[in-house]
Write a protein that binds this ligand. Structure first.
Ligand SMILES: Cc1cc2nc3c(=O)[nH]c(=O)nc-3n(C[C@H](O)[C@H](O)[C@H](O)COP(=O)(O)O)c2cc1C
Length: 171
């Protein structure tokens, strides 16, 4: 049997959003410290994912319109703080446009000189390996210089259907 010849449907951005909102994601804060000014830059991504164990690589994608990512990337090294269910306020602060997003956020400097946000589930220190354009985003592939889980179990912040929630185990 031969496969039917179909023409790809043109997917507009509204359709894409309506369908993709069914996909739950974790919430990760990407941060770095400007090596010259000493100031912090940060943004939130829902596209953070594990990519490779040997070597340890992670990935996320960034909109072309992001003003924070070029500044984060310029530092060379950056951190990823995996947000916990009670860190919605951190998410709000870092996903807003503006300067000094970490001003009201508790964080400390890692051995790599990157900001680690207090109360997160885990921290990664990373270096960019590859960046390439894919549609309206830049795909970032980063090597993991170090990774640390928080002590004690905690639940992740989850973004789904335009809302925030937390993980619930099935009975
Ligand atoms: C839950 C959530 C997930 C997001 N995921 C992404 C993402 O994967 N990539 C991206 O570029 N922006 C993402 N954003 C938007 C950015 O965090 C942020 O709003 C934007 O980068 C701020 O603008 P700026 O980069 O100009 O500072 C997300 C925002 C939220 C609240």
């Amino acid at each position: 049997m031969t496969a039917p010849v179909l023409e790809a449907r043109r997917i507009d951005s509204d359709t894409y959003r309506v369908v993709m909102r069914h996909l739950p994601t974790g919430v990760a804060a990407i941060c770095s410290t400007d090596p010259v000014a000493g100031t912090q830059n940060g943004m939130i991504v829902g596209t953070f994912a594990s990519l490779s164990m040997e070597p340890a690589l992670v990935t996320f994608s960034v909109m072309h319109s992001s003003t924070s990512w070029p500044r984060i990337a310029e530092a060379g090294q950056f951190s990823i703080s995996l947000l916990a269910e009670d860190q919605q306020q951190v998410c709000r602060a870092l996903s807003a446009k503006g300067e000094d997003k970490l001003g009201d956020v508790a964080w400390s400097e890692s051995a790599w000189g990157t900001p680690h946000i207090h109360g997160s589930l885990a921290w990664f220190d990373c270096r960019i390996e590859q960046q390439f354009t894919a549609g309206d985003h830049v795909v970032v592939i980063a090597s993991v210089l170090d990774m640390t889980p928080a002590e004690g179990a905690s639940a992740p912040l989850i973004f789904h259907g335009g809302r925030f929630g937390s993980f619930r185990e099935n009975a």
